[in-house]
Design a protein around this ligand. Sequence first.
Ligand code: GLP
Length: 259
Amino acid sequence: MEVLVLPTAADVARRAAGIVIAGLGAARRAEPVIGLATGSSPLGLYAELAAAVRAGSLDLDRARGFALDEYVGLPVGHPQSYREVLLREVCAPLGLPPDRLRVPDGSGRDEEALVAGATEYERLLAAAGGVDVQILGIGANGHLGFNEPGSALSSRTRVKRLSDRTRHDNARFFDGIEDVPTHCVTQGLGTVLDARRLVLVASGPGKASAVAAALEGPLSASCPASVLQWHADATVVLDEAAASGLRNRDYYDASAAGL
Ligand code: GLP
């Protein structure tokens, strides 16, 4: 695992974008697959990727995008459904054709339909050849995608209940907490681990304890993001505030400097 600590969130976005672009190039695939996270954390990174597209140094015309997760039960076209968020924040500005975006299906009317949708999502991922570069944020409780504390480390895409903490954290995107869905469909931790390269971004003091637990705590379902420790090609890009709980900072900085 590589840990890069940079002065500001803008630096994080720039550096992470460079890693994503390099990773997509290194995949050497005609139709590379980019794994897409939602939430506030990757927005700066997406803006940097959009700038690269405008500058001609990135072309996602032939790429495929796979989302990490989706809410269950939001009406089609709801502005906070992750499909709509990704159409807005990624497809339009980055020139990823909307028909090349895949998002887990949260529209199933009952458990059977949702489970069938989750199984189909895994099939689509495999058919696309897997994810080349997976962009990740981290929840304040250490969640990854919508894998809440307690998620099985080998889990696959499935229906899950959202924790109260996550619903409260995400209430800012809705009119109120009562409008935040109670369930989601999320890639499992095992699904995330199948991506060839992981790039996690975090900024701000609110993420410091989750980042410390994920990077330096035990590999544990209690902190789902700790599965990054198991991945052979994971890079974590942090600003100073998000890195403030790390104990091994000197080592990360020396490694990043090539020492
Ligand atoms: C959301 C998403 C996650 C994201 C996390 C952090 O609920 N499902 O994929 O990483 O929570 O969100 P933010 O970046 O807004 O803090």
